[in-house]
Each structure stands twice: as structure tokens, then as C-alpha cells.
Write a protein that binds this ligand. Sequence first.
Ligand code: SAH
Ligand code: SF4
Length: 364
Amino acid sequence: MTVNLLDYDAAGLTAWFAEQGEKPFRAKQVLRWMHRSGVADFDAMTDLAKSLRDKLKALAAVLPPAVVSDRLSDDGTRKFLIDVGNANAVETVFIPEDERGTLCISTQAGCALDCAFCSTGKQGFNRNLTVAEIIGQLWLANKALGAVHGDERVISNVVLMGMGEPLANYDNTVTALHLMLDDNAYGLSRRRVTVSTSGLVPVIDRLRDDCPVALAVSLHAPNDALRDQLVPINQKYPLASLMGACQRYLTKAPRDFITFEYTMLAGVNDSDAQARELLALVRDVPCKFNLIPFNPFPDSPFRRSPAERVRRFGEILLQGGIVTTTRKTRGDDIDAACGQLAGQVQDKTRRRVEKTIPIMESRA
Ligand code: SAH
Ligand code: SF4
């Protein structure tokens, strides 16, 4: 079977080269060709001996996933639909800003965690992406954005905030993170790579020990009663344990704060009292808040909080001493905004009954 060299980080590639009787520096050369120069064709790797190139051609390949579609929003946001086989596709979004360019990457086809307000979650889960499929999104976007040669950083930041829960696909995510950070690959600083999680507490601890990068935690509620409904994984890892994991993470994190993401749902989690409850909840966790106005998708029972409500909510957090930003909705004309990523997922979870959302019923 052909080995896909995009599945390996430096350690894995060196080990594979050793199995073929090749020296570590050859692995490093190939790593640089693949990731720094975006080269997939062994014959174009001109500083490798012809015999090695022939050997590689016989045993291996550089196989990124295929781009199914590539759409550009009016605001410059660009969304790639990436084929991950068997009628599944995931989305990758590039968000250009004045000072940086951020690539939002997916880690799973679908998501099993079923958060109430998330389009990906509503589709169910198909499978984990491979390392090649995760890092392949960066590989492909670099190429599409014309950024593969030299050191120009069109993509200066990567956020694992696309489809799926990165910490539920831990091993592949961490291997892909190694490549993002490796100077022989993408050379991004740990501060510029962010993992976003809905709060898998034991895995947050593993990430701290294995590969600490910037951490964003999807909070969305100030108490367990509400968070149990919005983010069902809270029933397993409630807020007190999540706050503890955040504190432990900060002992090794590259930044001295956790980013809390908070999707603003009208009449559900956006009151003044809830903002004050949040201040008490995060009292012992150095943090910043990122408020995300809810992005609607078909059949969603939620509404976006009005701009004035978001402003007031943020003001209370600010007055409580917490740096708070409101995420600008980008790319919504091409359904590329947070939580709208749908791709194409063949659901394998086969949820029998679509869950009703009790809080919405009680408000009806
Ligand atoms: N699974 C991870 C990362 C992907 S979701 C996580 O949950 O953190 C990225 C962010 O978008 C999360 O904070 C998520 O809660 C938020 N999000 C999901 N659906 C949304 C929607 N419809 N509108 C706004 N934000 C949403
Ligand atoms: Fe999964 Fe994150 Fe969506 Fe929740 S918000 S269903 S964890 S992708």
C-alpha cells in the first residue's frame, strides 16, 4: 500500500525513513519540500539522489485531499470544501485581516458532541480526519493563496475551529500541530495556533503536557443547568472541572490567558444577570472573552442576540475586568461564519430521535 507522507510529522517521517534504510537528514529534506515548498512530486525534489526519488515513488506519495469547491466572500473570506472520501467533505476557511491571515481548519467529518446551536453537530458524526487531511487543509490553502515559497506568511495564524472537536481526534490533531509548529514545515509559533474545545477535561490536560498551544474553550453558559443543555458534554465534565482544567493548562500555555468563546443566543444566555454570573464563574481563571453573535442555519431554533444586547453583555464583562471582544461575522454570504460549516457528512451516529431543546420549549 502506498504510504502518504503527509500523515507524518518529523519524528514519524524520520522513523519511516529509517525503516527504508535512509538517514534522518533525508527525512528533513523531504519534510521541507512537502511543507515549506508545497511540492508533492518527488521528481521536483531536486536535491535528492535519483535513486532515492525512485525509491520514494515506488513506496510512497504526497497525497493532499482534493478541493471540491473554492468560494470567495464579498469581504475576502475564502471557503474551501475539501473532499475526505466516501461522499464526505469538510470545510476550511481563510479569513484575511489587516495584520494577519487566519486559517480555520476542520478536524472531523461531522461531530458527535451535538451542541444545540451548531450546524456541524446537528449533522452527526462520520469519522476522524487523518493527519494528511488535517494538515492537508493548510497545505492546500497555502497553495491556493500563493504562499508556498519563501517566508511570506499569508497564513499567519491557524485556528482549529472548523468542523469537529479537535480533542476528540487527539492523536491526529497533535501530529498535525507538530507540523504546524515545526520550522521545517510551517514554523508557526505556539501563540498563533489555537485549539478550540467544547471542554473535554482530561484531554485538555493531555494537550497541556504533549503540545501546549493557545487554547479557546467554548463556554456559552454561566451555569451547569444551562450548559448541560447547550453543550451536552458538560453533563460529563461540568463547569467546576472545566475551570480547573483551564487553570492547569495555564501553567504551560504559550499565552497567559484562556480565550472563552461565547455564542450569543437571544433570550437564552445573553442577559445582564448571566454576564454577572459569568464573572463569578471565571474569577480564578485569567481569560479573555470572545462573544460570537449566533450564526443561523436552516431549522435552528435559536436567534442571534441583538447588537445592543451583545454590546451591553460585553460591557458588563469589561467592567468586571475581562478583556472582551465581539467576533465580526465574516463570510456569512457564503455560509462560512462560525457554526455554519456543514460540508457534507454521511452521519454514522444515526441519532434516532432528533433531540428537542427544552429551554426553547419552555420559552415558547
Ligand atoms: N468543536 C470545537 C471547535 C469547533 S466550533 C468547539 O466546540 O469549540 C468553533 C466555535 O464556533 C465554538 O465556540 C462553537 O461553539 C461556535 N459555534 C458553533 N455553532 C455556532 C453558531 N451557529 N453560531 C456561532 N457560533 C457557533
Ligand atoms: Fe462539535 Fe464544537 Fe459543534 Fe459542539 S460546537 S457540536 S463540539 S463542532
